[in-house]
Design a protein around this ligand. Structure first.
Ligand code: ASP
Length: 481
């Protein structure tokens, strides 16, 4: 029965079977050493001339070939131990070798950290790039991180609910990806920029505590801390709560998660400071304050909340999707964010002064999440739509929300956190692509799958779509985030 490399440490003197990839091969004339890699780590295989047949086959082995071996676990001779390896005290005296698959010479060495390898080549051969111990570690850690969140929230009475990917535009301030409908020619779905409307509707349905590890889709240029196209959010929503309930829950979740999964890290301040929007602008010159005491310390985590944002910001040409530039105002978070009750009267007289019940979560000077108390009065929702300059047609797109809110909507609130970004910071990775299995390049290409790609004429015909001259219509204007 096959065991994993790291298990050999308890098996001295025993016969074991191992399978994996040839990581390195060192030929010392009469003796060949192979470092065998599997998902658990590395163990050293030894081939000697004692068994000529096997030795001859071992001589053929090259990097990344896949093999199966049997042999005896032995203590390495004195002075030959490798303290860098978990299994460094032991080696396998091989008495059986089978080649399961050969490999072409890989385009790069997968045993290094890979930072210096050309990014385009790494992305083209991502399946090989992912063999790197660093990336294996990152993705395993990501899985652990998400499992912790799932367990924590489920235990607190949250229900994990999936919402559709092929749906209707939910504007979150970016450009939509649209998907043509074959059954309804001329009509389009949009991929959700977030499950915002669905999660609010789930509150109307009475679930009270919802969460989802949700894929969100936004057609905007990538930056170091946001991948192009799609990213993963922890999305949650609760009914009958106040802003502090959301903040406390999130704070407890992440404080416990850090203690368990990243025990070496220190949180600058607990409870996390709550900083007013105007205060952070004055003191830090931005709305993503970096509160760390020592910015060079890799293990310091400066979590902070920013609250009391203005409900609206001045609309610019970037806000093309709100009211087509006909209004002065754009939502500072999104259009479902509730105003402070005391400020509702200002909606008519001085909208710029209205404070929103918005909360942003900041870590080490980077915005990692945000949310709000939602509007649950259809009249106020309509008012906000008007203030951001929605046309009748645009308002009509949210008819279902206004209608749903006429059937007993509980007060509700929520938050969403960008998990890619958070994990990248916690792992001290400079780029979020290092913690995503199959990311796209900055200009939106998947070099491994060769996406995006042309489609057959027949597919286009079925959809009633004709391609205009390529590139002639690209809108370079970038929406804000
Ligand atoms: N849907 C928002 C976002 O994706 C977060 C929220 O308001 O819950 O940023």
């Amino acid at each position: 029965m096959r065991i994993f490399n790291k298990e050999i440490i308890n098996k001295e003197g025993q016969e074991v079977e191992l399978m994996g990839w040839v990581a390195t091969r060192r030929d010392h004339g009469k003796i060949i050493f192979i470092d065998l890699r599997d998902k658990s780590g590395i163990s050293q295989l030894v081939f000697t001339l004692e068994n000529k047949e096997i030795y001859k086959t071992a001589d053929k082995l090259r990097s990344e070939w896949v093999i199966r071996v049997k042999g005896e676990v032995k203590k390495r001779p004195k002075g030959m131990e490798n303290p860098e390896l978990e299994t460094g005290q032991y080696e396998i005296a091989v008495n059986f070798l089978e080649i399961l698959a050969e490999s072409k010479t890989p385009p790069f060495d997968v045993s290094t950290d890979g930072y210096k390898v050309n990014e385009e080549i790494r992305m083209k051969y991502r399946y090989l790039d992912l063999r790197r111990p660093r990336l294996q570690k990152n993705l395993k850690l990501r899985a652990k991180f998400i499992k912790f969140i799932r367990d924590f929230l489920t235990e607190k009475g949250f229900v994990e609910i999936e919402t559709p990917i092929i749906t209707k535009s939910t504007p979150e301030g970016a450009r939509d990806f649209i998907v043509p409908s074959r059954l309804q020619p001329g009509k389009f779905y949009a991929l959700p920029q977030s499950p915002q409307q669905y999660k609010q509707l789930l509150m109307v349905s009475g679930f009270e505590k919802y969460f989802q590890i949700a894929k969100c889709f936004r057609d905007e240029d990538s930056r170091a801390n946001r991948a192009y196209g799609e990213f993963t959010q922890l999305d949650l929503e609760m009914s009958f709560v106040e802003q502090n309930d959301i903040l406390e829950l999130t704070e407890r979740l992440f404080t416990e998660l850090i203690m368990q999964i990243f025990p070496e890290k220190k949180i600058t301040q607990i409870p996390w400071p709550k900083i007013n929007y105007h205060e952070t602008i004055e003191k830090y010159g931005n709305d993503t304050p970096d509160i760390r005491k020592n910015k060079d310390d890799k293990n310091e985590l400066g979590f902070a909340w920013v609250i009391n944002f203005p409900l609206f910001t001045k609309q610019t040409e970037k806000d093309f999707f709100y009211g087509s530039g006909k209004s002065k105002w754009a939502p500072s978070h999104h259009m479902f964010t509730a105003p402070y009750p005391d400020d509702i009267k200002l909606l008519d007289t001085d909208p710029g002064k209205v404070r929103g019940l918005q909360h942003d979560m900041v870590l080490n000077g980077v915005e990692v999440g945000g949310g709000s108390i939602r509007i649950h009065d259809p009249k106020i929702q309509e008012k906000v739509f008007e203030l951001i300059g929605f046309t009748k047609e645009q308002k009509g797109r949210f008819e279902h929300m206004l209608e749903a809110f006429n059937y007993g909507v509980p007060p509700h609130a929520g938050i969403a956190l960008g998990l890619d970004r958070l994990i990248a910071i916690l792992q001290n990775e400079p780029n979020i692509r290092e913690i995503i299995a199959f990311p796209k390049t900055g200009d939106g290409r998947d070099l491994m799958m060769q996406a995006p790609s042309e489609v057959d004429k027949q597919q286009l015909d079925e959809l009633g779509i004709k391609i205009k001259a390529k590139n002639s219509h690209i809108n370079k204007a970038q929406p804000r985030s």
